[in-house]
Design a protein around this ligand. Structure first.
Ligand code: PMP
Ligand code: GLN
Length: 385
């Protein structure tokens, strides 16, 4: 094809291919153990697979309703009521979407106008800033305090200006593997009280919180719920990242605006997947046992790297374990992650990609949503460094 000769006014001039695609491709090229991109290397429950084929074979193959099928919306609002004590109307306040990334992007596109400021915490999951920039908004960053990645609420307060339209929070957090406490959410509630700032709360790892702690959802805090889009994903919860299905909760007025945008983008979400999920959600154990399932994997991986020179940072939620490599190398994390993939056969994610400028600390992120065999082989390599 001849080259496109006209100048392209890129909306994302500084953005390349996502680190997840880059590292997974490199891992495949070098036949490395892939602990980089966050997805399970094991399959979902056979019952869930069977439900999907049941609905496909039953002919559930046409457009579902724009906001999602009612049985799934009801299953979601029932769950949120039971776990977080929050009442959402399935008719007007929940929308099923093709993945959490889409939900976040759409919430941002719905409300952010050119010149608006959106508060993000750094390190930030990599889809947030580009979504803000495509909408013409301006990301404004507040640093999480290393090494515990805690939030300085006074810094948040200082970052707010009359142009601040939105704040994006993420708990449990990718890439830091930390969780927000009830106290954090009360601070957020206070900071936002006198403003009309909207919250996008990315809670895709809501069911993966360790050591007996509970996930704190903005849905449980009335002063936050009334101004929040809560975004979650079935991909993490049911080991089906490839199904790309999630949901968004918001008060009726916010959701009405969200649906105006959604109806002209994806419009709907895959119908047989929705029916399968609605039926599967009746079994509450599947998500209530997820934290214990992943805690065991976290502990297995930690035991595996105990003899290594890496220093683990606390992993309180998600399926990621961060390891500091100060004692191993003074290379930057991207170079090290690439070299370990090529030369040692284990792939990870350099945490600096979630910052605008590389931070002083040296950390690699490892995904432990893997079989014990994979984790043991990966850990063995890490112990030899
Ligand atoms: N937010 C965070 C913090 C994530 O880690 C991910 C994906 N791993 C997503 C959003 C996107 O989820 P989905 O695959 O449903 O788009
Ligand atoms: N969220 C996943 C991770 O952090 C990857 C999702 C993606 O590849 N876009 O690894």
């Amino acid at each position: 094809m001849p080259a496109f000769v006209h100048p392209i006014a890129s909306k994302l001039p500084r953005v390349g291919t996502t680190i997840f695609t880059v590292m997974s491709r490199l891992a495949a090229e070098h036949n490395a153990i892939n602990l980089s991109q966050g997805f399970p290397d094991f399959d979902c429950a056979p019952e869930l697979r069977a439900l999907f084929t049941k609905y496909v074979n039953a002919g559930v193959n046409q457009y579902p309703p724009m906001a999602g099928i009612m049985p799934l919306r009801e299953a979601i609002t029932d769950k949120v009521q039971a776990l977080y004590g929050a009442t959402y109307d399935p008719e007007h306040e929940v929308t099923v979407v093709p993945g959490a990334t889409y939900g976040i992007f759409t919430a941002i596109a719905t409300l952010v106008h050119p010149g608006d400021e959106v508060l993000l915490f750094e390190p930030a999951y990599d889809s947030y800033a580009p979504a803000v920039e495509v909408a013409g908004g301006c990301p404004v960053y507040v640093q999480l305090r290393y090494p515990d990645y805690s939030i300085d609420w006074e810094a948040v307060q200082r970052a707010i200006t009359p142009k601040t339209r939105m704040i994006v929070i993420n708990t449990p957090n990718n890439p830091t593997a930390t969780v927000l406490s009830g106290e954090d959410l009360r601070m957020l509630e206070n900071v936002l009280r006198a403003t009309d700032i909207v919250v996008v709360s990315d809670e895709v790892y809501e069911h993966i919180v360790f050591d007996g702690h509970r996930h704190q959802s903005v849905a449980s805090f009335p002063g936050l719920a009334e101004r929040s889009f809560v975004v979650s994903s079935f991909g993490k919860t049911y080991h089906v990242t490839g199904w790309k299905t999630g949901y968004v909760l918001a008060p009726r007025e916010l959701m009405a605006e969200f649906r105006k945008v959604h109806q002209f983008n994806a419009f709907v979400t895959n119908s047989p997947v929705q029916y399968a999920l609605a039926e599967y959600m009746q079994d509450r154990d599947a998500y209530l046992t997820l934290a214990a399932f992943y805690q065991k994997k976290r502990d297995f991986f930690l035991e595996g790297v105990k003899a290594s020179r890496f220093q683990p940072l606390p992993s309180r939620g998600t399926f990621f374990q961060n390891l500091c490599y100060d004692r191993i190398s003074d290379e930057n994390d991207s170079d090290l992650a690439i070299r370990l993939t090529r030369e040692r056969g284990v792939a990870s994610i350099p945490v600096s990609v979630f910052y605008r400028e590389p931070p002083a600390h040296r950390v690699l992120r490892f995904c432990f949503a893997k079989s014990e065999d994979t984790l043991a082989r990966g850990a063995e390599i890490l112990c030899r460094l």
